[in-house]
Every structure is written in C-alpha cells, then in structure tokens.
Ligand binder design. Sequence first.
Ligand code: ATP
Length: 250
Amino acid sequence: MSDPILSLQHVHKSFGEAHIIRDANLDVIPGERHAVIGPNGAGKSTLFHLCSGQFAPSEGKILLNGDNISGLKPAEVNRRGLARSFQITNIFPGVTVFENLRLAVMRKHNLQFVFWRSAARLQQVNEEVEDLLIKIRLTDRAQTLASQLSYSEQRSLEIGMTLASDPQVILLDEPMAGMSHEETDYTAGLIREITEGRTLLIVEHDMSVVFSLAHRISVLVYGEIIATGTPEEIRGNVRVKEAYLGEEAA
Ligand SMILES: Nc1ncnc2c1ncn2[C@@H]1O[C@H](COP(=O)(O)OP(=O)(O)OP(=O)(O)O)[C@@H](O)[C@H]1O
C-alpha cells in the first residue's frame, strides 16, 4: 500500500471534560474515495474540523503528505492541498454562479484589488472559472444568481468552489443531505468525476451512496474508529453491525 496522503495518528479532541475524538487512527491512501460513517454525534464533523484546521487536536498528529499539519490554520492547510466543503453551504446567494467561482479562484491566488489592473491575469482567472463551470456542469447557469439554483445545483456550485484551489485531498461533509434520489444519483456521479485523480474523504449518511462510492470506509462510533475496510469488509464486520449498521437496518 502506498504512503498515506492524509494520516491521523492517535488523535484526541476534547472540549472540557467531553472527549469527542478518542485515539483516532486513520490512513487515507492517495487516489482513494474514503468514507467516514457513524451514528449522529459520533464526531464525524469534528474529525473533519481537525483535518482542515478548524480545530487543533488535543493530542496526536495529523499528517498531510507526510508533513505534520496539526494546529495549522485552515488557510495554510488549504494551501498545502486540502480543501473541504461544509454541511452548511457557504456560497454567496446574491451573486451569480460565475462570480461565486471567481471569488473562490481569486482566493486561491490570494488576489487583491490591484490584481485587476492586469488584463492577462483577469483572463487567466476567467479561464479557470470556465474550466470549473464545465467540471461541475453549470456552464449554462453561469449568469444565474446562486439563490436561483436548484438545491443540487447549489451543492454542485459549492463543490466547484472547493475545487477552485485545485486540492489533492477533498473533504465533503454530507454532500447529499436533503436531496431526492435523483439529485443524490446526479451528485454521486459528479463527485466521481471531479475526484478523479484526487483523494476524497467523505462523510455521508446515505448508505447506498457510501457503499457504492467508497473504495474504503471507516466507522466512527463515540469518537473512536472501530473499523476501516472495503465495503465488503465493513458490511461483514460484526462489531460494525452491532454498533451501527444493525441499528441503521433496524
Ligand atoms: N465546539 C464544541 N464544543 C463542545 N462540544 C462539541 C463541539 N463541537 C462538537 N461538539 C460535540 O461533539 C459531539 C460530536 O459532534 P459532531 O458534530 O462531530 O458529530 P457528527 O458525527 O458529525 O454528528 P452528525 O452526524 O449528527 O452530524 C457532539 O456531542 C457535539 O455536541
């Protein structure tokens, strides 16, 4: 197995007396689509916050490409190649799809207003935005206000904004939440496409999506990763059935 691109080593996270993440160990392999599943409140979002720099671990290490990123600020983690989307959408509803993406691309280049004096750079940003529009299949909606998009289109736009920094590792937190079956199928297809050649860590409650999309799955229960394996291995894991999947099936 190749070296992990993202590695959590004995990671703990406490808030006061509450031990939310307890000795989490997780290796994410370059190129894989890795899902984290677990009951409500298990600590999945907290785990993502730790990986993306929103929280610093109380103990343990998080490595990205072998470098210790524990405690680095989100912008620095992003600069090093990890981007995430949130459960709650962070697009700007009052501006167009194109402008939302342009803002995300400019953020990547860390652009100031002075930047706009250069027509060549403006052209470069616009080309990057056009490219993103194709990837998220929203070229026809470029001039539509984000608030006018359908729910799944808004999620596509958010995925596009996550892609703007051209990350090696993408973290998606419940991208299918609140979607119909059709929207879920559509978004699963989009995620397959846009993560080609990248690494995906995804939290998702829809088990049919998880088991068809993920190469490997980790199961988080009460802040502990109780199993990691292929979908078949996880389906057959007795501990997982007892702690989680049995309960879901019921
Ligand atoms: N900043 C915080 N301070 C104190 N407790 C927190 C904080 N953030 C999260 N928690 C607690 O940590 C636990 C895990 O929350 P988290 O959101 O990570 O779970 P989750 O697995 O993502 O849940 P869900 O599937 O419902 O989204 C919860 O009990 C939550 O109340």
